[in-house]
Ligand binder design. Structure first.
Ligand code: ADP
Length: 279
């Protein structure tokens, strides 16, 4: 018997509809499950990456703490045992101890601020003042460290309008940028670091220029991510936590501003921090 002739049209239409509905449902469930699995995988991969970054960060911080502490211990032992007789050497060792302790303070400031920002408990204190004055203080503080590493710091500070700013945050912006310039441009032929300020259109800009290897265009956003360190040789040979620039960005944003990287001539980077003038 030929079934096609006995089964009425409406039945075969219903069967086809049912079949379509059945396959459609299976396809939909399959799609939902696949999307869920993909997002689960992405989440897991991101969590693992973050956990790895945190591990790297902890070992980087421990390493960064150990280096200055070892130097301080070494110098203090030499002084304690009266092994240093020349006055010049004494002054040099005391100077080194001071610089190493300042390095420790910079690291601890960065870690504490980062943790406060993460917890949402970072407070800013805005007071009206002269940003140039704040920058001059940082230059005065960092100059001996720069000179010890063969650098000189030049300033080109324009008369900027009075503005409300958080002086600790601005200090840390400049300290972190100078610290990086000294760290990453140490092989540069020209070891001059230039700090400029300017003001226009309700903004104050602070620029820190070095003549080191510079930062490739494709990494100019990434370097501001927490824990990120470039794979460049200049970075591999130095210690760091990958927090300095993430904090510079956060502090600039706290002043309704931003930070960007420009190319210096003939080589190097210019970190340009733009802050909104607030009265
Ligand atoms: P850290 O210096 O602790 O590694 P930062 O957040 O300060 O972390 O910097 C992130 C990365 O950006 C550095 O690891 C380095 O690769 C790159 N970088 C920062 N400043 C400079 C600079 N002036 N010149 C070249 N590379 C830089």
């Amino acid at each position: 018997m030929n079934l096609k002739e006995t089964v009425p049209d409406w039945i075969s239409r219903d069967v086809a509809k049912l079949r379509n509905w059945y396959f459609g449902t299976i396809a939909f469930v399959f799609l939902v499950v696949s999307l869920w699995l993909i997002s689960l995988w992405h989440n897991l991969a991101a969590q693992m990456k973050l956990a790895q970054k945190k591990d790297d960060f902890i070992s980087a911080v421990s390493h960064e703490l150990r280096t200055p502490l070892t130097s301080i211990r070494m110098y203090s032992e030499m002084l304690e045992k009266n092994w240093v007789s020349s006055k010049d050497k004494l002054a040099e060792y005391y100077g080194n101890m001071r610089q190493e302790s300042e390095r420790l303070s910079r690291l601890i400031d960065n870690v504490l601020d980062f943790s406060r920002i993460q917890k949402g408990s970072k407070k800013y204190t805005f007071t009206v003042g002269d940003i140039n004055r704040c920058i001059e203080n940082v230059v005065e503080m960092m100059s001996p460290y720069a000179v010890q590493n063969g650098f000189s710091i030049e300033t080109d500070l324009a008369a900027v309008e009075q503005s409300a700013f958080d002086s600790d945050a601005v200090t840390q912006i400049v300290v972190n940028l100078l610290d990086n310039a000294i760290k990453y441009a140490r092989e540069a032929d020209d070891k001059t670091i230039i700090i400029r300020t300017a003001t226009a259109g309700g903004f104050i800009t602070i620029e820190v220029e070095d003549h080191g290897p510079g930062i490739p265009h494709r990494q100019r956003k990434k370097v501001f991510e927490q824990f990120y360190r470039c794979a460049a040789e200049s970075t591999r040979e130095t210690n760091g936590t990958g927090l300095g620039l993430a904090l510079v960005k956060k502090f600039a944003q706290a002043h309704d501003g931003f930070v960007e990287i420009l190319t210096a001539k003939p080589t190097g980077s210019i970190f340009k921090v733009v802050l909104t003038v607030q009265n």
